[in-house]
Design a protein around this ligand. Sequence first.
Ligand SMILES: *[C@@H]1O[C@H](CO)[C@@H](O)[C@H](O)[C@H]1NC(C)=O
Ligand SMILES: *[C@@H]1O[C@H](CO)[C@@H](O)[C@H](O)[C@H]1NC(C)=O
Ligand SMILES: *[C@@H]1O[C@H](CO)[C@@H](O)[C@H](O)[C@H]1NC(C)=O
Ligand SMILES: *[C@@H]1O[C@H](CO)[C@@H](O)[C@H](O)[C@H]1NC(C)=O
Ligand SMILES: *[C@@H]1O[C@H](CO)[C@@H](O)[C@H](O)[C@H]1NC(C)=O
Ligand SMILES: *[C@@H]1O[C@H](CO)[C@@H](O)[C@H](O)[C@H]1NC(C)=O
Length: 378
Amino acid sequence: MLGNLFVAGLCLGAAVARPTTPPSRTGLTPSELDARVAKGADVLGTYSECDSSISPACTWNSLLPDETLLIDMNVPGTHDTATWNYTQAKQLELIQYTGPLAPAVVYRTQDTSILDSLNLGFRAFDLRYAYLPDNQTIGFYHAAALMSATTTLEDVFYGFYKWLDANPTETLFISMQVATGINDARFQQLTYEYLNDPVALKYFIQANATLGTLGESRGMMNLFARFDWPDLPAEFDNRYGLHFSPNDWEVNGANFSFIYNEHVPSSVYIEDFYHIEVGGPLNLPPKVQYKYNATSYHLDLAASGNNSDSLMLTFASAESNLYGSTPRDMALGNPLGGEGVNQKLLPYLQTHRGQRNGVVFFDWYQQVDGLISTFLDL
Ligand SMILES: *[C@@H]1O[C@H](CO)[C@@H](O)[C@H](O)[C@H]1NC(C)=O
Ligand SMILES: *[C@@H]1O[C@H](CO)[C@@H](O)[C@H](O)[C@H]1NC(C)=O
Ligand SMILES: *[C@@H]1O[C@H](CO)[C@@H](O)[C@H](O)[C@H]1NC(C)=O
Ligand SMILES: *[C@@H]1O[C@H](CO)[C@@H](O)[C@H](O)[C@H]1NC(C)=O
Ligand SMILES: *[C@@H]1O[C@H](CO)[C@@H](O)[C@H](O)[C@H]1NC(C)=O
Ligand SMILES: *[C@@H]1O[C@H](CO)[C@@H](O)[C@H](O)[C@H]1NC(C)=O
């Protein structure tokens, strides 16, 4: 890169070589790309440049060598990523499409937008998608709760593309799971078309059931496909990424694993104990204790070296909605119930700085100071 600038400088003689932004791999002009990203604002939030001299988290991948294995990285993620602006007002705005639902707090697991989370160091995103009310395009839900009537999965991909163009040292992990509703042949084909669009193919790593090195992955996205294609004709065969079939994924499992590539073989170990039904209504401490126990146990497992060839996925997120504790209560506690999982995780991470944690999905991460910088050991 420096070499090229030098040569360009020589060719231009006395002219000062100005840094030029390389054209976007999307093929769009900067203003077209901005318009595309703005269309996704309901789910993406608003784009802002990140200055890594002020905030090292915005390009923390740049601090790691190219040969780093992706499975060895500590990757912070947001669970149910799209819910960050799902307020009661938003639910009311969209009630014409969803009908009446449980209170918005039951569905809301974040308060920070995708674009802000990227700048704060988050590299894994848990996308839950289904047909939008038009039944023609795909958008975002948490269970039956619709996040936006207009923002599509593709709009959000363009937010990631723009951010990666600006931060080409970084790699992302995109998890996709069908949220609700109809999953027919047309839906599966549409998902396939989004993922095989010529632009998507430039950003999604075209590897099948393997995770490589950071060097191979910079500026790119790794797909975790948490869905099946039961009705998609065989000729649609570019089904890349890591396939995590819902049949293999233990619902509410605190400690399970499965093989995602028989040939190598490669396994994934998962803690996804999210629905906590202990301790009785409104009694938060035992629920938080159970969840913290499962989470810290799984982080210990990631660090133990027993599964050093495997991908480790841990969800620090949980709810006990039926017993009166929301995702926010579980993550952050409340005045009656004391601490949440995130406050308990902070001292754990402080005393285990630098250990291997794998990919960890958080809820409501902003309120516990130092949680993510400690996780990233920055
Ligand atoms: C959240 O949604 C409301 C509409 O319900 C909107 O007015 C507001 O701008 C959104 N917040 C952000 C940060 O985009
Ligand atoms: C979309 O599909 C649902 C379920 O079949 C149906 O109730 C709804 O009317 C459809 N909406 C449109 C706009 O076609
Ligand atoms: C969790 O899973 C690991 C790996 O499969 C296993 O060795 C361990 O015994 C399990 N722990 C519990 C408490 O189930
Ligand atoms: C991808 O790898 C999986 C697991 O090894 C295998 O079952 C599948 O056929 C492969 N798919 C393609 C498109 O190569
Ligand atoms: C703590 O976690 C371990 C491993 O998942 C489990 O065997 C044990 O029963 C848990 N204890 C409590 C109180 O949750
Ligand atoms: C790792 O494996 C060793 C030996 O099998 C076992 O004693 C230890 O408990 C394991 N650690 C974890 C965290 O599972």
